[in-house]
Every structure is written in structure tokens, then in C-alpha cells.
Design a protein around this ligand. Structure first.
Ligand code: NAG
Ligand code: NAG
Ligand code: NAG
Ligand code: NAG
Ligand code: NAG
Ligand code: NAG
Length: 440
């Protein structure tokens, strides 16, 4: 997963325990979702071949050491990366939209710390704590935090706590300069220490992410945000570095795209944490929510008999390109391409299902909350660019996970799935609504 923080994963137990946070699993009655009050167009940024292969190399590199599920594939750093315009403190940025992390930040030249009332303060008194963010693709970003105004899609949140990175390992791609983190407060990465090595459970500080602040500041009538991420054409994914208008991020309701049946609202699946730090999906009242996790009951390959076992430990992550499913499901899915996808070592430590770019892909069906969502076969063949011999390489949009590199067993439905649905999240009430999009 591209933008999963190793550090926040390791410390997420702490996030929960230290704060003694209770996140009751309230289920509100289903009501028709209102149209959005604010919508912002999304731009797809698809990297060049070179950056794709660099990204693969990086992933190989970090994949080996990262241990966690971060080594599991997503199309590559940057592939099918979705960004949107935002301003922080009046400066314009292009931020990656990430439902899998919670901090919103941008790399900026020089910065000013602001107190909650907007007055400039010295950096030494800047804040609340330090931002110590590590990401699954190897990015690591640290710095102080301060309050500032963040505007996205015309919605201005006035007192948002934002990390102001002053030390970063971050690989720009010419477009994005940071992340718009839309996940829950439990995944924020502020610590009461300036030393990344000292960031622990005990000094983890929770704060409200952007959308939570928006709701508290009553910027939206309805506490939902909603995301549609369009698939680019094969040619765009192969060769374009910038594609405008690839979907919407909407606040306070749903975006203006055609939908069909089915539609379902499910609770966010919570977790209990063990003393060793492992996470177990849990429905108990004191379960904690971290990601936008859903219970995938089954997978199914259209035209093949039988159902494949899903997982209640599956997160909806716009920061990850591919689906990451249980190994046996991935094996069955790979076999259903014509010709079949083949598990191939791309670079040390990184194995992917590689598929003929001209293969016929199967239709993949995902059963959630008693409904069945369909993934268009066109999402399942992802171009990576040409290899050293100039041969086009494509990978499957659905990859497998093994427990060895994914100790908490957390699986992902990434952009490949999200291209097919409207994702609507009510993070305060812990609810996710999925609506199948009309074919496009
Ligand atoms: C995003 O910002 C850039 C630069 O400020 C601007 O050129 C572009 O039109 C903006 N895009 C949208 C969709 O507002
Ligand atoms: C950070 O820790 C110091 C002492 O270790 C403490 O005085 C301070 O209140 C803490 N800050 C926050 C925001 O918890
Ligand atoms: C980090 O922790 C060590 C050991 O507890 C302590 O000696 C050191 O001062 C801490 N550093 C910072 C920057 O807090
Ligand atoms: C991408 O560009 C290369 C070089 O111009 C070209 O050979 C290739 O056919 C293009 N791929 C697609 C899918 O259009
Ligand atoms: C999640 O799935 C596991 C494995 O099938 C099962 O043991 C567990 O009871 C499930 N937990 C919840 C809360 O659904
Ligand atoms: C895929 O088909 C196109 C024509 O439809 C052909 O030009 C190309 O070489 C084929 N690619 C592969 C990898 O077979």
C-alpha cells in the first residue's frame, strides 16, 4: 500500500490505548444521501515510464525492510495516484487523496507557525507536538504542527492542525506536494517528541483530521464525504503524466455521477488490539476503528462456479492502486485471465501477478453487506511501462497477500475497486455507503 504509514501502523495500538478513545459503533438508520454541498474535481496523475520503474525499484527496496503489509503491491508509487487542489494558509498545493491515512500536509518552502487564533508564533512554541509520518512507499516526513486554514473544493476549514514538514524524505513527481488524509483520528501521526525514534504509544497525540474539523466547524450540513475515482483509458495510464477531471471528492453529500443498484450501508469494521500489537476484527462495543475497514463476505469470479472466501479485515484505500486479496482468492483470480496471470519476481522482495497486456480479464464480484459489487475487467490490467527489452509489462489489478508480509492480515480494496463505486463515508457515525456506478 502506497501511503500506509509504517510508524502509524506500528503505533496504532498506542493511538487507541493512549487516548482511551471510544468510538461507539452507532448505526444510524439508512436515509437517502443528499447531494453534496461542496464538490471538487479530481485529477489523475499518471507517472511516466521512468518514474514507474523507479517507483517499482523503490518499492522493492522498501518492501524488503518494511515488514508490514506496506510491501504489498499497489500499482506502484504514483500509478493511478489521485490528487486534488487545496490551499493551506493561502498557498496552493496539489494533494494526494488518501482514505488510508489521516494527516493533511504539504511540502512548502519556508513556513510560519500559527497559533489557533491565527497569530504567528515562533516554531519553538508552535504546537501541539511533532508530526512524525512514515509511509509505506518509503516517504518519511517530520516537522512541527500548527493551526492553519485548509481549503478544498471551496470548503474552508479554519482551525486545522497541520504538520509543517521541515525534514522530509519525499519524492515529488512534479504534481503532488503532499497528502489529504481522510481517515480517522486514530491514524494521525503527532507525537510529543521531536525524535522519530522516540515516537511511542505513550506520547502519541490524537487530533482531528481535516474532515472531522470541517464537521465540528459546521461546514457541512451532513457529516459525509464521498469519493469517485474514474479509471483512465489504457493509453492514459500508459503514457499520460496528467489527466484532468477523473472524479470527485465531495463533502456533505454525494457527487454528481450516475449510479445503479446495488447500494448498501455497512458499519466500519472495528478492531480489538492484543498486548503484542496485533489487530483482530471485533464487533465488541469497545472495538476501535482505524481504517475504513469493511467485512467482505465473499469474492466471486463471474462465470466461475462457487464463492471465494473474503475477509472482514479489508480496507477501502484510495492511496493504494490495486486490490490486495487473500492468497487463495488471488490464485483463482490469476487463473481466470486468458492467458492466466503469472506470479513473477519484479525486483528483489516484490512479487506480482504479471499478465499479458492483451489478455482477457475476468469480472470480479465483491460481496459486501448482502449486496454484490462488480469490478469492470478493464480495471484488472494495469500497464507498468516497458521492460529493458522494450516489452510492455502489465500487472493484474488484483494481487495476493501472504501472512508473512502482512502480520495483521489487513487486505485492501484499492483504486481498482473504487473505480466502480461511489464511496460515501460518515466517519463520525462509523458508516460506509457503497453504491455501484453506472458503466462508463
Ligand atoms: C488547480 O490549481 C492549478 C494551479 O493553481 C490550476 O491551474 C488548475 O486550474 C486548478 N484545477 C482546478 C480543477 O481547479
Ligand atoms: C508533552 O510532554 C511534556 C512533558 O514531557 C508535557 O509537559 C506536555 O504537556 C506534553 N504536551 C502535550 C500536548 O501533551
Ligand atoms: C528520546 O528518548 C531517550 C530515552 O528515553 C531520551 O534520553 C531522549 O532525551 C529522548 N529524545 C527526545 C528528543 O525526546
Ligand atoms: C505509449 O507511447 C509509446 C511511445 O510513444 C508508444 O509506443 C505506445 O504505443 C503508447 N502506448 C499506448 C497504450 O498508447
Ligand atoms: C473475522 O473473520 C475471522 C476469520 O474468518 C473470524 O474468526 C472472526 O470471528 C471474524 N470477526 C468478526 C468480528 O467478524
Ligand atoms: C496487443 O495487441 C496489439 C494490437 O491489438 C499489438 O500491437 C501488441 O503488440 C499486443 N501486445 C502484446 C503484449 O501482445
Amino acid at each position: 500500500m502506497s501511503f500506509r504509514s509504517i510508524l502509524s501502523v506500528l503505533s496504532l495500538l498506542g493511538a487507541a490505548n493512549a487516548a482511551g478513545l471510544e468510538h461507539p459503533r452507532t448505526v444510524i438508520p439508512r436515509a437517502p444521501l443528499p447531494p453534496a454541498e461542496f464538490s471538487v474535481p479530481i485529477t489523475g496523475k499518471v507517472p511516466r515510464r521512468k518514474s514507474k520503474s523507479n517507483a517499482l525499484a523503490r518499492r522493492g527496496h522498501f518492501g524488503g525492510g518494511s515488514g508490514g503489509y506496506s510491501s504489498i503491491v499497489d500499482g506502484t508509487l504514483g500509478d493511478n495516484e489521485f490528487v486534488t487542489n487545496a490551499t493551506i494558509g493561502g498557498q496552493h498545493f496539489s494533494l494526494i487523496i488518501d482514505t488510508g491515512s489521516s494527516d493533511t500536509w504539504a511540502i512548502q518552502k519556508g513556513f510560519q507557525c500559527l497559533a489557533v487564533d491565527g497569530t504567528p508564533v515562533p516554531q519553538s512554541t508552535c504546537g501541539f507536538g511533532s508530526f512524525i509520518g512514515g509511509y509505506g512507499n518509503g516517504w518519511s516526513v517530520t516537522g512541527p504542527m500548527g493551526y492553519d486554514t485548509v481549503t478544498v473544493g471551496g470548503m474552508s476549514v479554519e482551525h486545522q492542525l497541520v504538520p509543517v514538514p521541515n525534514v522530509a524524505y519525499w519524492t515529488g513527481d512534479g504534481v503532488n506536494s503532499g497528502i489529504l488524509g481522510l481517515a480517522l483520528p486514530t491514524l494521525t501521526s503527532a507525537y510529543n517528541t521531536t525524535d522519530p525514534a522516540n515516537a511511542t504509544v505513550e506520547n502519541h497525540l490524537l487530533y482531528d483530521p481535516f474532515f472531522f474539523t470541517a464537521v465540528k466547524e459546521k461546514k457541512v450540513k451532513h457529516p459525509y464525504f464521498s469519493l469517485t475515482l474514474d479509471r483512465g483509458t489504457f493509453q492514459q495510464r500508459e503514457n499520460d503524466t496528467f489527466d484532468a477531471n477523473l472524479g470527485f471528492l465531495s463533502f456533505g453529500g454525494i457527487p454528481p455521477v450516475p449510479v445503479v443498484d446495488p447500494c448498501v450501508t455497512v458499519p466500519i469494521q472495528g478492531y480489538s488490539t492484543s498486548s503484542t500489537g496485533s489487530l483482530t476484527p471485533s464487533n465488541s462495543p469497545d472495538a476501535q476503528n482505524f481504517w475504513y475497514t469493511v467485512d467482505v463476505v465473499n469474492y466471486e469470479i463471474a462465470g466461475s462456479p462457487g464463492l471465494l472466501t473474503g475477509s472482514n479485515n479489508t480496507i477501502l484505500d484510495s492511496g493504494t492502486s490495486v486490490n490486495d486479496v487473500p492468497a487463495d482468492v488471488a490464485i483463482a483470480f490469476a487463473a481466470a485471465f486468458n492467458p492466466p496471470a503469472v506470479l513473477t519476481t519484479i525486483t528483489a522482495g516484490l512479487e506480482l501477478y504479471v499478465v499479458d497486456c492483451n489478455a482477457t480479464a475476468p469480472e470480479f464480484l465483491v460481496h459486501i453487506g448482502g449486496e454484490t459489487f462488480s469490478i469492470d475487467p478493464r480495471d484488472q490490467i494495469i500497464p507498468l511501462g516497458a521492460d529493458a527489452e522494450g516489452n510492455e509489462i502489465c500487472v493484474s489489478g488484483t494481487q495476493g497477500s501472504t501472512l508473512a508480509n502482512n502480520p495483521n492480515g489487513i487486505l485492501i480494496l484499492g483504486d481498482v475497486f473504487l473505480h466502480n463505486v461511489v464511496l460515501t463515508i460518515n466517519p463520525m457515525d462509523g458508516e460506509i455507503t457503497l453504491t455501484q456506478r453506472a458503466k462508463y
